[in-house]
Design a protein around this ligand. Sequence first.
Ligand SMILES: CNc1ncnc2c1ncn2[C@@H]1O[C@H](COP(=O)(O)O)[C@@H](O)[C@H]1O
Length: 366
Amino acid sequence: MATAAATSAVGVGTGQALEQLEVNHDFARSLPKIELHAHLSGSISRKCLHEVWTMKKAEDPNLAVEDPLLAIPPDKVDYDLETFFPLFSSYIYKLCSDKPSIIHTTRSVLQDFQSDNVVYLELRTTPRAIPDQNISKKVYVEAILACLTEHNNLPTNTLSAKLILSVDRRNTLQQAEEVIDLALAYRDAGIVGVDLCGDPTKGPITTFTSAFARAKRAGLKITLHFAEAPTSASDEELWELLRWAPDRIGHVIHVNDEVKREIVRRGVGVELCLSCNVHARMITGGFGEHHFGWWWKGGSVGVALSTDDVGVFCSPLSNEYVLAATHFGLSRADVKELCLGAVEIIFGEEAEKERLREVYRSWAGW
Ligand SMILES: CNc1ncnc2c1ncn2[C@@H]1O[C@H](COP(=O)(O)O)[C@@H](O)[C@H]1O
């Protein structure tokens, strides 16, 4: 294995081999990055939520929603799965509750990824109706897509953003079918796939088998939250999810050797979220014990380091690269290999893949 990130700093352009150059924060920040597992509502920074709260409070002094800076204190990242999921329905959705707040927060999320030098983003969100605002799920999806298009069309932006629509494990089959319908209807407007997410204690996932089969038949790409918690990692559930023929899977924590072998045999891409898994105590141990180590060297499948919910866990993608490098001894050459592997598992088209390969080939920062 190449030189660990913690070794002494050596600069770019010193003529040293890629293996010997350090993966530090400056390098990771300027590295063009690919983000494939980011939930829109979980990616909103506390600062941005605070802005929304301030605007709403000015409009309505009786607003019965606590200031985000108090409700989600700035340094708090230790949300476990029991405290994490209620954060959305009982808090964040109360702030992102109308068109202006949805547009403001989506723009802010895109800007945050752009500022961290993410060059390709597949953002995901669960279509959400807000009847008292006349917002249907269709209107919600259109509003998000409009923000993505606006961002992508600005020539100074280097980030290209696509959308994945999520089915929540709490959904009914009919609600899941609605998500698939929307994904198909807005395919040409930037939707590249569908996801299964939500509280892993909810189920059963067989409710959605026919909906995901239809998505697959129609050519939509599929990503699934996979073995995220012991309750969602029975053999029965994992083999059922694999029968849906996912193109990628996320988290991939509680998997036995047989399932791992099958994932590798099929070449399913994995989306790994170090900070989320450590802070939410979804794995035993710290960063050094994260299964990234296994997938990176033992997996031979594309691995996309991802943030999951940067608004909650507060670790931008550049920091995830530093963490991976620090705890698993990645050199700059390893990071290049990792990035090129992520290119191959994006849901975007071949032309987008070629653009990204070229970005990495020609990047002067190696
Ligand atoms: C531990 N990580 C996770 N595991 C599973 N589902 C997650 C998640 N993080 C976020 N979500 C899902 O994303 C929704 C919020 O974003 P959107 O409103 O869709 O943009 C949450 O309600 C949850 O269902």
